[in-house]
Ligand binder design. Structure first.
Ligand code: SF4
Length: 212
């Protein structure tokens, strides 16, 4: 089990390399981030940003989204894939936000996960990026990188999240997740990790692997 000092070193090395990353999903409000996060499932951020430009031009907030015909939303978001499920969830979430939360996206984990299509990962994205509250989203990159390094030895996202929550200062969680995701995309990729040029190589258990 990695110590607090090891976790801090991990953060510091990644921060030196990438700095503050910010959320790659374009948004102006919490609702727009919620919509973008929903569309990002199995879809690249660049494509989500292209699609949300069109989507937010016709439905920029929960009120307008709740009144949209599903077939219209589905057609707009088709390039993101899974468009039937995503459009249904998007409209259902907008309706719940209107009916239960008076048009404002709630800002607690407990409330966020009651919205259709929102799980812990998406809720943590919202907490950290829309509400500036502690949130550590665990995606496939976070799971892979932290396991390869040896910081965790567990696959369940919630257990990884709880480990980080217990070892890392809450104020760092959001950027820490961004940093690991960026490192996973640029260096510690699933198929071809570039261990030779990796800033974490001296502390990585899996250094030199070709593939896990
Ligand atoms: S040394 Fe290799 S396996 Fe370890 S974190 Fe870096 S790229 Fe990933």
């Amino acid at each position: 089990m990695a110590t607090r000092q090891t976790w801090q070193k991990l953060y510091d090395l990644l921060f030196e390399e990438y700095g503050f990353c910010g959320c790659p999903l374009k948004h102006e409000t919490a609702f727009q981030l919620l919509a973008a996060v929903m569309l990002s499932a199995q879809c690249r951020d660049e494509r989500v940003n292209q699609v949300t430009e069109t989507l937010f031009a016709v439905a920029p907030d929960a009120r307008s989204m709740a009144e949209m015909p599903q077939e219209t939303v589905a057609e707009i978001i088709r390039p993101c894939g899974l468009f039937q499920t995503k459009s249904a969830n998007l409209i259902a979430a907008a309706k719940r936000i209107m009916e239960v939360y008076h048009g404002d996206v709630p800002d607690t984990m407990e409330e966020l996960v009651t919205l259709p299509g929102i799980g812990r990962k998406s809720a943590n994205v919202l907490l950290g990026n829309a509400f500036q509250k502690p949130g550590f989203p665990v995606d496939t990159h976070v799971r892979r990188v932290l396991n390869r390094i040896g910081a965790v030895d567990v696959q369940e996202p919630e257990k990884i999240e709880m480990t980080v929550n217990s070892k890392v200062a809450p104020g760092l969680w959001c950027n820490f997740s961004h940093l690991i995701i960026r490192h996973g995309r640029q260096v510690c990729s699933a198929g071809r990790p570039k261990c030779g040029s990796c800033v974490l190589k001296d502390m990585c258990k899996k250094r030199g692997i070709k593939k896990i």
